[in-house]
Design a protein around this ligand. Sequence first.
Ligand code: ACM
Ligand code: ZN
Length: 631
Amino acid sequence: MKKILLSFITLGLLLCGASCSRKETRDVEKGSISLIPKPQEIVEKSDYFQLTRRAAITLDRSNEALVGIARYFNGKIAPATGFELPLEKHGKIEFKLTDDAALGDEGYRLQVKRSDIILTAHKPAGIFYGVQTLLQMLPPCIKSGKTQPRDTKWLIPCADITDAPKFRWRGLMLDVSRHWFTKEEVKRMIDEIAEYKMNVFHWHLTDDQGWRIEIKSLPKLTEIGAWRVPRVGQWWHREPRQSGEEATYGGFYTQEDIKEVLAYAAERYVRVIPEVDVPGHSLAALVSYPELACMNAPEAVNVGNKFYGEDENTLCIGKEETFEFMDKVLTEVAALFPDEYIHIGGDECYKGFWHKCPRCQARMRAEGLKNEEELQSYFIHRMESILKEKGKKLIGWDEILEGGLTPDATVMSWRGMEGGIKSAKAGHHVVMTPSEHCYLDLWQGEPSVEPDTYSMCRLSDSYSFNPVPDSVPAEMVLGGQGNLWAESVPTFRHAEYMVWPRGWALAEVLWSGPEHTDWNSFYPRVEKHFVRADEAGVNYARSMYNAIITPGKAEDGEMEIALSSELPDTDIYYTFDNTDPDHFSPKYESALRVPKNATWLRVVTYRGGKPSGKVITLSIKDLEGRISRGK
Ligand code: ACM
Ligand code: ZN
């Protein structure tokens, strides 16, 4: 049975991969549609619609949003097809808004028939998501930046799809502080998430390693705070700035850059939530404006050297200047970003300097605050007042619960779901981003063959995310998001590697709903989207193909090694004799015992008789170390 399933998958992949060749595209069969996220309802038919340069789009031309979506659609098809579709009265493709509110703000109905395509929604956002579905129904080479041969057949399988999202917050966070990503890269990430119907881009703009947003009234934040000395190598093990070294690594977005990104995101129905991470994670701000420190501001922006608890990175809450500073920052941020929310961070605030600071202690006495947690809460309350004056709502990481939550705060729960659960029960809106499902900076497979980081979040972990645990009032959970912290993400290409395919898993959970997820339907679709990503030059991780190696202790105290895979149709081969494993090596059947004097275990995965994952080489000592570390 497995073999039959496998050959269908292989055939599907071949068809998918080859579907841009002129000959193969003749046959579009039922079952050839492969959408992420999976729509709520789909009825596939066996015929197809052929997209040609003679097709045209019909829509209400007085509706700018619809005209914008048609422009977007043409922008997506033109590079590969070599044509754009004109707007005409009686086109074969119709974008139609309806008064019927049953589809909600983001839902749509897409009817693809041999003769025409009708896309209906209550709001333009729904039309936009219907267009994403339509684009995913075209062959993968629609994503190629290169014009395809003129006789390529652009076939869209016939189907009737009714679809709407489960959650209204389907986000991705990008940390642009720890490593710098250009405006163009940020736009590219927004474009990529929008293609998977994600609608929130959380922009982590400030942190200890760089302040990235121009604040005109505080120019030193970007003249000084946006720059550090160049370093590569393992985060927390880097050499700090040496005397005489110039800070040449970094960058920042001017307010004009930000407006450009916001306009680009708006065209893709993506909200942009700016984050200014305070009162902790503020080292770059303190280097720029040392008077905001409790005692001694650091002299240089952190490069990824260890500093926590040694160099100050918290704003002094005893000083009124801190609140004047925050008022200036938030005034400009509020004027720039149209979204109702501003994220003020609040996470991982080391409170040791406040404890030693005479001004912070004086503030605590004056305000009757019992401890430094309450001092942080005092700060967050004042941030909420500033934001309210500017017509904005506060959102922060779950540490803002400590010392007492502000009345109208929305909580982003990252240390598991506990903070989110507590807040939702207390009547606060929450966004769930528990690290075990949503932290895209973590390993996505066997660590020895992954780039450096510190913990595990496999594709299947992201896919098993349920943002609404039992007992939580569902209406308080806005949704969830993936978070890409960038300590170990030095390039945009690597950012893509970390985001995809886990971002697809989160997109499906958040759009289709956790109750509609099905791993056995998901991973073959992931494989088809790998082909699309290849066409688009988008990077992604193939880590789901690698073996999972789990050492443990047997009852007799000896080491026992379990090998497994995230994919059900995988064969695993191994060696202990220092040779490269292949499908002639021993095949894994049950937990392994280490032969006497063996020093290395080597493992490789096969699917359909072909190597699928990387060869993993682990020393027996390493495996023993993993047992003692409990990992
Ligand atoms: C966080 O990961 N510090 C929110
Ligand atoms: Zn202080």
